[in-house]
Design a protein around this ligand. Structure first.
Ligand code: G6P
Length: 608
Protein backbone atom coordinates (compact mmCIF):
# COMPACT_ATOMS: atom_id res chain seq x y z
CA UNK A 1 0.00 0.00 0.00
CA UNK A 2 2.09 3.05 0.87
CA UNK A 3 4.99 4.07 -1.34
CA UNK A 4 8.44 4.81 -0.01
CA UNK A 5 11.45 6.49 -1.59
CA UNK A 6 14.95 7.45 -0.53
CA UNK A 7 17.87 9.22 -2.15
CA UNK A 8 21.50 10.05 -1.70
CA UNK A 9 23.55 11.82 -4.37
CA UNK A 10 24.30 15.26 -5.74
CA UNK A 11 20.82 16.31 -6.80
CA UNK A 12 18.34 18.36 -4.81
CA UNK A 13 17.04 15.58 -2.58
CA UNK A 14 13.59 17.06 -1.93
CA UNK A 15 12.96 17.33 -5.68
CA UNK A 16 14.05 13.75 -6.32
CA UNK A 17 11.89 12.47 -3.45
CA UNK A 18 8.82 14.40 -4.58
CA UNK A 19 9.36 13.23 -8.12
CA UNK A 20 9.54 9.63 -6.95
CA UNK A 21 6.47 9.99 -4.73
CA UNK A 22 4.51 11.29 -7.69
CA UNK A 23 5.25 8.03 -9.51
CA UNK A 24 4.22 6.03 -6.45
CA UNK A 25 1.10 7.96 -5.60
CA UNK A 26 -0.93 5.07 -7.05
CA UNK A 27 0.09 3.12 -3.92
CA UNK A 28 -1.69 5.51 -1.57
CA UNK A 29 -2.55 9.17 -1.47
CA UNK A 30 -4.10 10.15 1.82
CA UNK A 31 -0.96 11.83 3.14
CA UNK A 32 2.67 12.33 2.26
CA UNK A 33 5.95 13.51 3.71
CA UNK A 34 9.70 13.77 3.32
CA UNK A 35 12.69 14.01 5.64
CA UNK A 36 15.97 15.44 4.37
CA UNK A 37 19.31 16.11 6.06
CA UNK A 38 19.78 19.88 5.97
CA UNK A 39 23.07 21.03 7.45
CA UNK A 40 23.40 17.70 9.22
CA UNK A 41 19.98 18.00 10.87
CA UNK A 42 16.89 16.12 9.76
CA UNK A 43 14.17 18.41 8.47
CA UNK A 44 10.76 16.78 8.08
CA UNK A 45 7.77 18.16 6.17
CA UNK A 46 4.57 16.10 6.08
CA UNK A 47 0.88 16.62 5.66
CA UNK A 48 -2.48 14.97 5.26
CA UNK A 49 -3.88 14.93 1.71
CA UNK A 50 -2.63 14.17 -1.76
CA UNK A 51 0.84 15.05 -2.96
CA UNK A 52 -0.50 18.37 -4.24
CA UNK A 53 -1.02 19.39 -0.57
CA UNK A 54 2.57 18.41 0.16
CA UNK A 55 3.79 20.55 -2.72
CA UNK A 56 1.87 23.52 -1.34
CA UNK A 57 3.30 22.96 2.11
CA UNK A 58 6.85 22.82 0.74
CA UNK A 59 6.23 26.09 -1.04
CA UNK A 60 4.93 27.84 2.05
CA UNK A 61 7.25 26.27 4.63
CA UNK A 62 10.32 26.06 2.42
CA UNK A 63 11.83 22.98 0.88
CA UNK A 64 14.50 21.18 2.95
CA UNK A 65 17.85 21.75 1.26
CA UNK A 66 20.08 18.71 1.12
CA UNK A 67 21.24 15.62 -0.73
CA UNK A 68 20.13 12.73 1.45
CA UNK A 69 16.62 11.83 2.57
CA UNK A 70 13.51 9.63 2.54
CA UNK A 71 9.86 10.11 1.54
CA UNK A 72 6.46 8.47 1.83
CA UNK A 73 2.98 8.48 0.34
CA UNK A 74 0.40 6.83 2.59
CA UNK A 75 -2.64 4.59 2.39
CA UNK A 76 -3.79 4.59 6.01
CA UNK A 77 -4.00 1.32 7.90
CA UNK A 78 -3.37 2.24 11.56
CA UNK A 79 -4.74 5.64 12.41
CA UNK A 80 -6.76 8.05 10.27
CA UNK A 81 -5.08 10.17 7.61
CA UNK A 82 -3.76 13.17 9.58
CA UNK A 83 -0.63 15.30 9.75
CA UNK A 84 0.56 13.42 12.83
CA UNK A 85 -0.03 9.97 11.41
CA UNK A 86 1.76 10.88 8.18
CA UNK A 87 5.27 9.58 7.63
CA UNK A 88 8.21 10.09 8.19
CA UNK A 89 8.09 9.18 11.89
CA UNK A 90 10.89 10.05 14.26
CA UNK A 91 11.87 9.10 17.72
CA UNK A 92 15.13 9.95 19.34
CA UNK A 93 17.89 9.41 16.88
CA UNK A 94 15.96 7.68 14.13
CA UNK A 95 13.57 8.79 11.36
CA UNK A 96 11.75 6.26 9.22
CA UNK A 97 9.26 5.72 6.42
CA UNK A 98 7.37 2.43 6.40
CA UNK A 99 5.27 0.45 3.94
CA UNK A 100 3.49 -2.61 5.32
CA UNK A 101 1.92 -3.69 8.59
CA UNK A 102 3.63 -4.48 11.88
CA UNK A 103 1.40 -7.17 13.33
CA UNK A 104 2.95 -7.18 16.82
CA UNK A 105 3.05 -3.40 17.14
CA UNK A 106 0.75 -3.33 20.19
CA UNK A 107 2.99 -5.54 22.30
CA UNK A 108 6.11 -3.72 21.13
CA UNK A 109 4.46 -0.43 22.03
CA UNK A 110 3.73 -1.65 25.57
CA UNK A 111 7.33 -2.81 25.91
CA UNK A 112 8.70 0.51 24.65
CA UNK A 113 6.40 2.52 26.89
CA UNK A 114 7.80 0.62 29.85
CA UNK A 115 11.23 1.67 28.67
CA UNK A 116 10.14 5.30 28.74
CA UNK A 117 9.26 5.95 25.09
CA UNK A 118 6.32 8.25 24.33
CA UNK A 119 4.19 8.03 21.21
CA UNK A 120 2.39 10.78 19.39
CA UNK A 121 0.77 8.95 16.48
CA UNK A 122 -1.66 6.04 16.20
CA UNK A 123 0.50 4.26 13.64
CA UNK A 124 2.27 0.93 13.88
CA UNK A 125 5.19 2.59 12.08
CA UNK A 126 6.16 4.92 14.93
CA UNK A 127 6.86 1.81 17.00
CA UNK A 128 9.56 0.85 14.50
CA UNK A 129 11.28 4.24 14.86
CA UNK A 130 11.30 3.82 18.66
CA UNK A 131 12.48 0.24 18.52
CA UNK A 132 15.36 1.23 16.25
CA UNK A 133 16.27 3.96 18.70
CA UNK A 134 16.08 1.47 21.57
CA UNK A 135 18.54 -0.90 19.88
CA UNK A 136 20.82 1.83 18.57
CA UNK A 137 24.04 2.03 20.54
CA UNK A 138 27.74 2.63 19.94
CA UNK A 139 26.94 4.44 16.73
CA UNK A 140 26.07 1.12 15.07
CA UNK A 141 22.98 1.49 12.84
CA UNK A 142 23.40 -1.91 11.24
CA UNK A 143 23.18 -3.72 14.56
CA UNK A 144 20.06 -1.76 15.49
CA UNK A 145 18.42 -2.75 12.19
CA UNK A 146 19.31 -6.45 12.48
CA UNK A 147 17.94 -6.55 16.03
CA UNK A 148 14.71 -4.82 15.00
CA UNK A 149 14.19 -7.09 11.98
CA UNK A 150 14.28 -10.09 14.31
CA UNK A 151 11.56 -8.58 16.50
CA UNK A 152 9.09 -7.35 13.90
CA UNK A 153 6.24 -9.56 12.73
CA UNK A 154 4.27 -8.70 9.60
CA UNK A 155 5.43 -6.93 6.49
CA UNK A 156 7.70 -3.98 6.10
CA UNK A 157 9.83 -1.98 3.74
CA UNK A 158 11.65 0.68 5.70
CA UNK A 159 13.71 3.70 4.69
CA UNK A 160 15.77 4.83 7.68
CA UNK A 161 17.84 7.90 8.57
CA UNK A 162 20.08 7.93 11.65
CA UNK A 163 20.72 11.41 13.03
CA UNK A 164 24.39 10.58 13.56
CA UNK A 165 24.92 9.68 9.89
CA UNK A 166 23.79 12.54 7.69
CA UNK A 167 25.39 10.93 4.67
CA UNK A 168 23.59 7.60 4.70
CA UNK A 169 20.21 6.09 3.90
CA UNK A 170 19.51 2.63 5.28
CA UNK A 171 16.70 0.39 4.09
CA UNK A 172 15.42 -3.10 4.79
CA UNK A 173 12.45 -5.14 3.67
CA UNK A 174 10.36 -8.18 4.48
CA UNK A 175 7.30 -9.18 2.45
CA UNK A 176 6.88 -5.63 1.10
CA UNK A 177 8.57 -4.53 -2.11
CA UNK A 178 11.75 -2.48 -2.06
CA UNK A 179 14.14 -1.83 -4.90
CA UNK A 180 17.50 -0.09 -4.84
CA UNK A 181 18.24 2.16 -7.83
CA UNK A 182 21.91 2.33 -8.76
CA UNK A 183 22.97 5.52 -10.54
CA UNK A 184 26.28 7.23 -11.11
CA UNK A 185 27.40 8.25 -7.59
CA UNK A 186 23.76 8.35 -6.55
CA UNK A 187 21.46 5.73 -5.07
CA UNK A 188 17.73 5.41 -4.63
CA UNK A 189 15.30 3.23 -2.77
CA UNK A 190 11.72 2.87 -3.93
CA UNK A 191 8.69 0.62 -3.63
CA UNK A 192 8.62 0.41 -7.41
CA UNK A 193 10.98 1.12 -10.30
CA UNK A 194 9.08 4.02 -11.99
CA UNK A 195 10.02 6.17 -8.95
CA UNK A 196 13.64 6.40 -10.13
CA UNK A 197 13.40 5.39 -13.79
CA UNK A 198 14.04 9.00 -14.80
CA UNK A 199 17.51 8.82 -13.23
CA UNK A 200 18.59 5.22 -13.73
CA UNK A 201 17.40 1.92 -15.18
CA UNK A 202 19.84 -0.08 -13.05
CA UNK A 203 18.52 -1.66 -9.93
CA UNK A 204 19.16 -4.26 -7.24
CA UNK A 205 16.35 -6.35 -5.78
CA UNK A 206 16.37 -6.71 -2.02
CA UNK A 207 15.23 -10.08 -0.72
CA UNK A 208 13.43 -10.56 2.59
CA UNK A 209 15.50 -9.40 5.58
CA UNK A 210 18.24 -7.89 3.43
CA UNK A 211 19.58 -4.48 4.35
CA UNK A 212 21.14 -1.78 2.20
CA UNK A 213 23.31 1.08 3.36
CA UNK A 214 23.57 3.78 0.67
CA UNK A 215 26.25 6.42 0.68
CA UNK A 216 27.20 8.74 -2.14
CA UNK A 217 30.16 6.62 -3.12
CA UNK A 218 28.52 3.21 -2.91
CA UNK A 219 25.78 0.93 -1.67
CA UNK A 220 26.56 -2.01 0.64
CA UNK A 221 24.23 -4.92 1.24
CA UNK A 222 23.92 -7.06 4.36
CA UNK A 223 22.03 -10.13 5.48
CA UNK A 224 19.93 -10.39 8.63
CA UNK A 225 23.07 -11.18 10.66
CA UNK A 226 24.76 -8.02 9.47
CA UNK A 227 27.18 -9.87 7.18
CA UNK A 228 28.00 -8.18 3.91
CA UNK A 229 26.55 -9.86 0.80
CA UNK A 230 27.03 -9.38 -2.95
CA UNK A 231 24.03 -8.41 -5.05
CA UNK A 232 23.57 -8.36 -8.81
CA UNK A 233 22.68 -5.16 -10.61
CA UNK A 234 19.89 -5.66 -13.15
CA UNK A 235 18.52 -3.38 -15.86
CA UNK A 236 14.85 -2.47 -16.13
CA UNK A 237 13.08 -3.06 -19.42
CA UNK A 238 10.54 -0.32 -18.72
CA UNK A 239 11.40 3.17 -19.84
CA UNK A 240 10.53 6.54 -18.49
CA UNK A 241 7.96 7.46 -21.19
CA UNK A 242 5.88 4.43 -20.26
CA UNK A 243 5.41 5.86 -16.79
CA UNK A 244 4.25 9.28 -18.04
CA UNK A 245 0.86 10.52 -19.24
CA UNK A 246 2.11 11.38 -22.75
CA UNK A 247 -0.48 14.05 -23.35
CA UNK A 248 -3.46 12.10 -22.02
CA UNK A 249 -5.39 13.85 -19.23
CA UNK A 250 -5.19 10.74 -17.04
CA UNK A 251 -3.08 7.62 -16.80
CA UNK A 252 -6.24 5.55 -17.02
CA UNK A 253 -7.13 6.89 -20.47
CA UNK A 254 -3.55 6.49 -21.65
CA UNK A 255 -3.52 2.91 -20.40
CA UNK A 256 -6.85 2.12 -22.08
CA UNK A 257 -5.38 3.39 -25.35
CA UNK A 258 -2.23 1.33 -24.96
CA UNK A 259 -4.21 -1.91 -25.12
CA UNK A 260 -3.82 -2.77 -28.82
CA UNK A 261 -0.05 -2.44 -28.48
CA UNK A 262 0.41 -4.28 -25.20
CA UNK A 263 -1.92 -7.11 -26.16
CA UNK A 264 0.03 -7.56 -29.39
CA UNK A 265 3.34 -7.52 -27.54
CA UNK A 266 2.13 -10.03 -24.96
CA UNK A 267 0.71 -12.39 -27.61
CA UNK A 268 3.93 -12.18 -29.62
CA UNK A 269 5.99 -13.11 -26.58
CA UNK A 270 4.12 -16.42 -26.31
CA UNK A 271 3.10 -17.36 -29.85
CA UNK A 272 5.79 -19.24 -31.77
CA UNK A 273 5.26 -20.63 -35.26
CA UNK A 274 1.61 -19.73 -35.10
CA UNK A 275 0.82 -21.49 -31.80
CA UNK A 276 1.17 -20.65 -28.10
CA UNK A 277 4.31 -22.18 -26.68
CA UNK A 278 5.06 -22.14 -22.96
CA UNK A 279 7.80 -24.78 -23.00
CA UNK A 280 10.50 -22.22 -22.13
CA UNK A 281 9.11 -21.90 -18.60
CA UNK A 282 8.53 -25.64 -18.21
CA UNK A 283 4.78 -25.42 -18.88
CA UNK A 284 4.99 -28.25 -21.41
CA UNK A 285 2.35 -30.39 -23.10
CA UNK A 286 3.40 -33.32 -20.97
CA UNK A 287 2.94 -31.29 -17.82
CA UNK A 288 -0.44 -30.06 -19.07
CA UNK A 289 -1.60 -33.61 -19.66
CA UNK A 290 -0.88 -34.48 -16.01
CA UNK A 291 -3.03 -31.74 -14.49
CA UNK A 292 -6.18 -32.89 -12.69
CA UNK A 293 -7.70 -29.57 -11.75
CA UNK A 294 -6.86 -25.90 -12.04
CA UNK A 295 -7.36 -23.21 -9.42
CA UNK A 296 -7.11 -19.57 -10.28
CA UNK A 297 -6.32 -17.53 -7.18
CA UNK A 298 -6.31 -13.74 -7.37
CA UNK A 299 -7.91 -10.51 -6.14
CA UNK A 300 -10.02 -7.77 -7.70
CA UNK A 301 -9.69 -7.34 -11.43
CA UNK A 302 -7.15 -10.16 -11.65
CA UNK A 303 -9.71 -12.49 -10.09
CA UNK A 304 -12.20 -11.42 -12.76
CA UNK A 305 -9.62 -12.41 -15.37
CA UNK A 306 -9.66 -15.81 -13.68
CA UNK A 307 -13.41 -16.10 -14.28
CA UNK A 308 -12.89 -15.54 -18.01
CA UNK A 309 -10.18 -18.22 -17.82
CA UNK A 310 -12.62 -20.64 -16.24
CA UNK A 311 -15.07 -20.31 -19.12
CA UNK A 312 -12.28 -20.60 -21.70
CA UNK A 313 -10.40 -23.52 -20.14
CA UNK A 314 -13.45 -25.59 -19.21
CA UNK A 315 -15.05 -25.06 -22.62
CA UNK A 316 -12.00 -25.84 -24.67
CA UNK A 317 -9.74 -28.08 -22.60
CA UNK A 318 -12.37 -29.71 -20.36
CA UNK A 319 -10.21 -29.32 -17.24
CA UNK A 320 -12.21 -28.32 -14.16
CA UNK A 321 -11.33 -24.81 -13.01
CA UNK A 322 -12.11 -23.24 -9.65
CA UNK A 323 -11.66 -19.50 -9.27
CA UNK A 324 -11.06 -18.34 -5.73
CA UNK A 325 -10.66 -14.93 -4.20
CA UNK A 326 -7.20 -15.14 -2.68
CA UNK A 327 -8.30 -13.81 0.72
CA UNK A 328 -10.78 -16.71 0.99
CA UNK A 329 -8.59 -19.38 -0.55
CA UNK A 330 -5.84 -18.91 2.00
CA UNK A 331 -8.09 -19.53 5.01
CA UNK A 332 -10.66 -21.97 3.60
CA UNK A 333 -8.55 -25.09 4.00
CA UNK A 334 -8.86 -25.79 0.28
CA UNK A 335 -8.63 -29.26 -1.16
CA UNK A 336 -5.55 -28.98 -3.34
CA UNK A 337 -2.93 -31.61 -4.11
CA UNK A 338 0.14 -32.34 -6.18
CA UNK A 339 -1.85 -33.05 -9.33
CA UNK A 340 -3.40 -29.61 -9.31
CA UNK A 341 -2.16 -26.45 -10.96
CA UNK A 342 -2.70 -23.21 -9.08
CA UNK A 343 -2.54 -20.12 -11.29
CA UNK A 344 -1.87 -16.86 -9.48
CA UNK A 345 -2.93 -13.82 -11.47
CA UNK A 346 -1.66 -10.44 -10.37
CA UNK A 347 -0.71 -7.18 -12.00
CA UNK A 348 1.63 -6.04 -9.25
CA UNK A 349 2.83 -9.46 -8.15
CA UNK A 350 2.81 -8.09 -4.60
CA UNK A 351 -0.80 -8.52 -3.44
CA UNK A 352 -0.51 -10.00 0.05
CA UNK A 353 -3.43 -12.42 -0.20
CA UNK A 354 -2.43 -13.71 -3.63
CA UNK A 355 1.10 -14.22 -2.36
CA UNK A 356 -0.21 -16.11 0.65
CA UNK A 357 -2.35 -18.24 -1.69
CA UNK A 358 0.77 -19.08 -3.65
CA UNK A 359 2.64 -20.13 -0.53
CA UNK A 360 -0.28 -22.28 0.62
CA UNK A 361 -0.56 -23.97 -2.78
CA UNK A 362 3.14 -24.76 -2.69
CA UNK A 363 2.89 -26.16 0.83
CA UNK A 364 0.07 -28.41 -0.35
CA UNK A 365 2.26 -29.76 -3.12
CA UNK A 366 0.48 -28.17 -6.08
CA UNK A 367 2.44 -26.72 -8.98
CA UNK A 368 2.15 -22.97 -9.23
CA UNK A 369 2.06 -20.72 -12.26
CA UNK A 370 2.14 -16.94 -11.92
CA UNK A 371 0.66 -14.62 -14.53
CA UNK A 372 2.19 -11.38 -13.42
CA UNK A 373 2.91 -7.98 -14.93
CA UNK A 374 5.83 -7.00 -12.72
CA UNK A 375 8.71 -9.27 -13.56
CA UNK A 376 10.74 -8.61 -10.43
CA UNK A 377 7.80 -8.97 -8.04
CA UNK A 378 7.57 -11.42 -5.14
CA UNK A 379 4.87 -13.60 -6.76
CA UNK A 380 6.79 -13.77 -10.06
CA UNK A 381 9.87 -14.95 -8.22
CA UNK A 382 8.22 -17.40 -5.85
CA UNK A 383 6.03 -19.34 -8.31
CA UNK A 384 7.29 -22.54 -9.95
CA UNK A 385 6.60 -21.05 -13.38
CA UNK A 386 5.91 -17.49 -14.42
CA UNK A 387 4.38 -15.85 -17.46
CA UNK A 388 5.21 -12.18 -17.62
CA UNK A 389 2.41 -10.09 -19.12
CA UNK A 390 3.82 -7.14 -21.03
CA UNK A 391 1.43 -4.31 -20.17
CA UNK A 392 4.28 -2.09 -18.97
CA UNK A 393 3.81 0.05 -15.87
CA UNK A 394 0.15 0.49 -14.94
CA UNK A 395 -0.18 3.63 -12.86
CA UNK A 396 -3.95 4.32 -12.68
CA UNK A 397 -5.44 2.60 -9.66
CA UNK A 398 -8.21 0.97 -11.68
CA UNK A 399 -6.67 -1.80 -13.71
CA UNK A 400 -7.33 -1.77 -17.47
CA UNK A 401 -4.51 -2.88 -19.75
CA UNK A 402 -3.22 -5.33 -17.14
CA UNK A 403 -6.59 -7.14 -17.19
CA UNK A 404 -6.67 -7.33 -20.98
CA UNK A 405 -3.21 -8.86 -21.22
CA UNK A 406 -4.06 -11.24 -18.38
CA UNK A 407 -7.06 -12.58 -20.26
CA UNK A 408 -5.03 -12.76 -23.49
CA UNK A 409 -2.50 -14.99 -21.72
CA UNK A 410 -5.19 -17.07 -20.05
CA UNK A 411 -6.85 -17.68 -23.42
CA UNK A 412 -3.53 -18.86 -24.84
CA UNK A 413 -3.17 -21.22 -21.88
CA UNK A 414 -6.67 -22.56 -22.60
CA UNK A 415 -5.76 -23.14 -26.28
CA UNK A 416 -2.54 -24.97 -25.51
CA UNK A 417 -4.14 -27.06 -22.75
CA UNK A 418 -6.90 -28.10 -25.14
CA UNK A 419 -4.29 -29.13 -27.71
CA UNK A 420 -2.04 -30.90 -25.22
CA UNK A 421 -5.01 -32.88 -23.90
CA UNK A 422 -6.22 -33.86 -27.35
CA UNK A 423 -9.40 -31.78 -27.34
CA UNK A 424 -8.35 -29.87 -30.45
CA UNK A 425 -5.91 -30.69 -33.26
CA UNK A 426 -3.03 -28.58 -34.50
CA UNK A 427 -5.08 -26.90 -37.21
CA UNK A 428 -7.70 -25.89 -34.67
CA UNK A 429 -4.95 -24.62 -32.37
CA UNK A 430 -3.54 -22.53 -35.23
CA UNK A 431 -6.99 -21.19 -36.07
CA UNK A 432 -7.66 -20.13 -32.48
CA UNK A 433 -4.25 -18.48 -32.29
CA UNK A 434 -4.86 -16.62 -35.55
CA UNK A 435 -8.23 -15.52 -34.14
CA UNK A 436 -6.74 -14.06 -30.97
CA UNK A 437 -4.08 -12.30 -33.00
CA UNK A 438 -6.91 -10.14 -34.34
CA UNK A 439 -7.56 -8.81 -30.84
CA UNK A 440 -5.36 -5.69 -31.21
CA UNK A 441 -7.42 -4.64 -34.26
CA UNK A 442 -10.67 -5.43 -32.51
CA UNK A 443 -9.60 -3.32 -29.53
CA UNK A 444 -8.50 -0.48 -31.81
CA UNK A 445 -11.92 -0.56 -33.47
CA UNK A 446 -13.60 -0.06 -30.09
CA UNK A 447 -11.24 2.77 -29.15
CA UNK A 448 -12.24 4.57 -32.35
CA UNK A 449 -15.75 4.74 -30.95
CA UNK A 450 -14.68 6.53 -27.79
CA UNK A 451 -17.26 9.26 -28.36
CA UNK A 452 -20.09 6.75 -28.24
CA UNK A 453 -18.83 5.57 -24.85
CA UNK A 454 -18.65 9.17 -23.73
CA UNK A 455 -22.24 9.66 -24.81
CA UNK A 456 -23.38 6.63 -22.79
CA UNK A 457 -21.36 7.96 -19.84
CA UNK A 458 -23.17 11.29 -20.10
CA UNK A 459 -26.42 9.41 -19.43
CA UNK A 460 -24.99 7.76 -16.32
CA UNK A 461 -23.57 10.81 -14.58
CA UNK A 462 -26.49 11.34 -12.23
CA UNK A 463 -27.70 7.81 -11.61
CA UNK A 464 -27.53 6.32 -8.11
CA UNK A 465 -27.31 2.68 -9.04
CA UNK A 466 -27.06 0.47 -12.05
CA UNK A 467 -26.75 -3.16 -13.06
CA UNK A 468 -24.73 -5.17 -15.52
CA UNK A 469 -26.13 -8.41 -16.87
CA UNK A 470 -24.81 -11.02 -19.26
CA UNK A 471 -24.47 -14.74 -19.82
CA UNK A 472 -21.36 -16.90 -20.22
CA UNK A 473 -18.33 -14.83 -21.18
CA UNK A 474 -20.54 -11.76 -21.04
CA UNK A 475 -21.36 -12.52 -17.42
CA UNK A 476 -17.69 -12.99 -16.57
CA UNK A 477 -16.98 -9.63 -18.19
CA UNK A 478 -19.95 -7.92 -16.51
CA UNK A 479 -18.24 -8.49 -13.17
CA UNK A 480 -15.24 -6.51 -14.35
CA UNK A 481 -17.33 -3.81 -16.04
CA UNK A 482 -19.27 -3.29 -12.84
CA UNK A 483 -16.17 -3.21 -10.64
CA UNK A 484 -14.50 -0.68 -12.94
CA UNK A 485 -17.53 1.56 -12.79
CA UNK A 486 -17.97 1.50 -9.03
CA UNK A 487 -14.25 1.88 -8.34
CA UNK A 488 -13.96 5.19 -10.12
CA UNK A 489 -17.49 6.67 -10.23
CA UNK A 490 -18.78 5.69 -6.75
CA UNK A 491 -22.08 4.69 -8.35
CA UNK A 492 -23.49 1.55 -6.77
CA UNK A 493 -23.31 -1.10 -9.41
CA UNK A 494 -23.92 -4.84 -9.39
CA UNK A 495 -23.19 -7.47 -11.99
CA UNK A 496 -25.53 -10.41 -12.37
CA UNK A 497 -25.73 -13.50 -14.46
CA UNK A 498 -28.63 -12.42 -16.66
CA UNK A 499 -30.72 -15.44 -15.69
CA UNK A 500 -30.13 -14.92 -11.98
CA UNK A 501 -31.31 -11.33 -11.63
CA UNK A 502 -34.93 -12.36 -11.33
CA UNK A 503 -34.15 -14.50 -8.27
CA UNK A 504 -34.19 -11.56 -5.93
CA UNK A 505 -32.22 -8.60 -7.19
CA UNK A 506 -34.80 -7.63 -9.79
CA UNK A 507 -36.77 -6.14 -6.90
CA UNK A 508 -34.26 -3.28 -6.93
CA UNK A 509 -35.11 -2.28 -10.48
CA UNK A 510 -37.06 0.96 -10.55
CA UNK A 511 -38.15 3.28 -13.31
CA UNK A 512 -35.20 4.57 -15.26
CA UNK A 513 -32.51 2.36 -13.63
CA UNK A 514 -29.83 1.72 -16.22
CA UNK A 515 -29.10 -1.92 -16.96
CA UNK A 516 -26.02 -2.45 -19.09
CA UNK A 517 -26.71 -5.66 -20.95
CA UNK A 518 -23.82 -7.49 -22.54
CA UNK A 519 -25.27 -9.47 -25.41
CA UNK A 520 -22.40 -10.67 -27.57
CA UNK A 521 -22.70 -14.43 -27.16
CA UNK A 522 -24.72 -16.00 -29.96
CA UNK A 523 -25.41 -19.32 -28.20
CA UNK A 524 -27.28 -17.65 -25.34
CA UNK A 525 -28.52 -14.55 -27.16
CA UNK A 526 -32.28 -15.34 -27.11
CA UNK A 527 -32.03 -16.03 -23.37
CA UNK A 528 -30.13 -12.82 -22.71
CA UNK A 529 -32.67 -10.87 -24.73
CA UNK A 530 -35.51 -12.37 -22.67
CA UNK A 531 -33.75 -11.32 -19.45
CA UNK A 532 -33.26 -7.87 -20.87
CA UNK A 533 -36.94 -7.64 -21.67
CA UNK A 534 -37.81 -8.73 -18.13
CA UNK A 535 -36.01 -5.74 -16.69
CA UNK A 536 -37.25 -3.43 -19.42
CA UNK A 537 -40.80 -4.40 -18.46
CA UNK A 538 -39.99 -3.18 -14.95
CA UNK A 539 -38.93 0.24 -16.13
CA UNK A 540 -35.20 -0.22 -16.68
CA UNK A 541 -33.26 1.85 -19.19
CA UNK A 542 -31.40 -0.65 -21.36
CA UNK A 543 -27.90 -0.01 -22.64
CA UNK A 544 -26.98 -2.93 -24.88
CA UNK A 545 -23.40 -3.79 -25.73
CA UNK A 546 -23.81 -6.17 -28.58
CA UNK A 547 -22.85 -7.20 -32.10
CA UNK A 548 -23.81 -5.06 -35.07
CA UNK A 549 -26.24 -7.56 -36.49
CA UNK A 550 -28.15 -8.27 -33.27
CA UNK A 551 -31.81 -7.37 -33.64
CA UNK A 552 -33.93 -6.38 -30.69
CA UNK A 553 -37.69 -5.90 -30.56
CA UNK A 554 -38.75 -2.32 -31.03
CA UNK A 555 -38.41 -0.06 -27.96
CA UNK A 556 -36.50 -2.60 -25.90
CA UNK A 557 -33.12 -0.96 -26.12
CA UNK A 558 -32.58 2.66 -25.15
CA UNK A 559 -28.95 2.89 -26.23
CA UNK A 560 -26.64 0.45 -27.95
CA UNK A 561 -22.92 0.11 -28.51
CA UNK A 562 -21.92 -2.21 -31.35
CA UNK A 563 -18.90 -4.46 -31.32
CA UNK A 564 -17.38 -5.16 -34.75
CA UNK A 565 -17.28 -8.74 -35.92
CA UNK A 566 -13.55 -9.19 -35.68
CA UNK A 567 -13.40 -11.85 -32.99
CA UNK A 568 -15.30 -15.09 -32.42
CA UNK A 569 -17.77 -14.97 -29.53
CA UNK A 570 -15.48 -16.63 -27.01
CA UNK A 571 -12.82 -13.97 -27.52
CA UNK A 572 -15.04 -10.87 -27.59
CA UNK A 573 -14.31 -9.96 -23.95
CA UNK A 574 -10.89 -8.80 -25.17
CA UNK A 575 -12.61 -6.05 -27.13
CA UNK A 576 -15.83 -5.49 -25.19
CA UNK A 577 -13.94 -4.73 -22.01
CA UNK A 578 -12.47 -1.60 -23.61
CA UNK A 579 -15.95 -0.14 -24.14
CA UNK A 580 -16.77 -0.82 -20.47
CA UNK A 581 -13.52 0.79 -19.36
CA UNK A 582 -14.22 3.90 -21.45
CA UNK A 583 -17.77 4.17 -20.14
CA UNK A 584 -16.47 3.97 -16.56
CA UNK A 585 -13.68 6.44 -17.30
CA UNK A 586 -15.92 9.10 -18.82
CA UNK A 587 -18.60 8.69 -16.17
CA UNK A 588 -15.92 9.28 -13.55
CA UNK A 589 -14.55 12.38 -15.28
CA UNK A 590 -18.03 13.79 -15.88
CA UNK A 591 -18.78 13.32 -12.18
CA UNK A 592 -15.70 15.38 -11.36
CA UNK A 593 -13.72 12.47 -9.90
CA UNK A 594 -10.04 11.83 -10.51
CA UNK A 595 -10.21 8.35 -12.10
CA UNK A 596 -6.51 7.76 -11.47
CA UNK A 597 -6.87 8.12 -7.73
CA UNK A 598 -10.34 7.10 -6.55
CA UNK A 599 -11.08 7.48 -2.86
CA UNK A 600 -10.19 4.77 -0.36
CA UNK A 601 -8.37 2.58 -2.88
CA UNK A 602 -4.75 1.72 -3.48
CA UNK A 603 -3.29 -0.10 -6.40
CA UNK A 604 -0.97 -2.46 -4.65
CA UNK A 605 -2.56 -4.07 -1.61
CA UNK A 606 0.20 -5.52 0.50
CA UNK A 607 -1.98 -5.93 3.59
CA UNK A 608 -4.49 -8.72 4.25
C1 G6P B 1 -6.25 -3.67 -5.66
C2 G6P B 1 -6.48 -2.79 -6.86
C3 G6P B 1 -7.24 -3.56 -7.94
C4 G6P B 1 -6.51 -4.85 -8.26
C5 G6P B 1 -6.28 -5.71 -7.02
C6 G6P B 1 -5.37 -6.89 -7.30
O1 G6P B 1 -7.43 -3.87 -4.98
O2 G6P B 1 -7.19 -1.62 -6.50
O3 G6P B 1 -7.34 -2.78 -9.09
O4 G6P B 1 -7.23 -5.58 -9.21
O5 G6P B 1 -5.65 -4.92 -6.02
O6 G6P B 1 -4.09 -6.42 -7.62
P1 G6P B 1 -3.00 -7.25 -8.39
O7 G6P B 1 -1.79 -6.36 -8.42
O8 G6P B 1 -2.76 -8.48 -7.58
O9 G6P B 1 -3.51 -7.56 -9.73
Amino acid sequence: MCGIVGYIGKRDCADVLMDGLEKLEYRGYDSAGIAVFENNLIKTVKTRGKLACMKEKLETEGKPQGFCGIGHTRWATHGEPSDINSHPHSNGRVTIVHNGIIENYAELKTFLKEKGYAFISQTDSEVVACLLDYYYSERNPLRAITEVVKELRGSFALGILFKDFPDRVYAVRKASPLIVGVGDSEYFIASDIPAFLKYTKNYVLLEDDEIVCMEENGASFFDVHGLEIKKTVQTAEWDVEQAQKQGFPHFMLKEIHEQPKVVEKTLKSIVKNGVPDFSEIGFTDEFMRGINRIFVVACGTAMHAGIIARYAIENLARVPVTVETASEFRYMNPIVDKNDLVILVSQSGETADTKAGLELAKEMGAKTLAVVNVKYSAIARAADMCINTLAGPEIAVASTKAYTVQIAVLYLIAFRLAFARGKINEDELKKLTADIEKAPDAIAAILKKEDECKFIASKLVNVEKLFFIGRGFDYALSLEGSLKLKEITYIHSEAYAAGELKHGTISLIEDGNPVITLATQEDVLPKTISNMEEVKARGATIIAITRKETQFAENTVDMRFDIDNLLPDALTPLATVCALQLIAYYTSVLRGIDPDKPRNLAKSVTTE
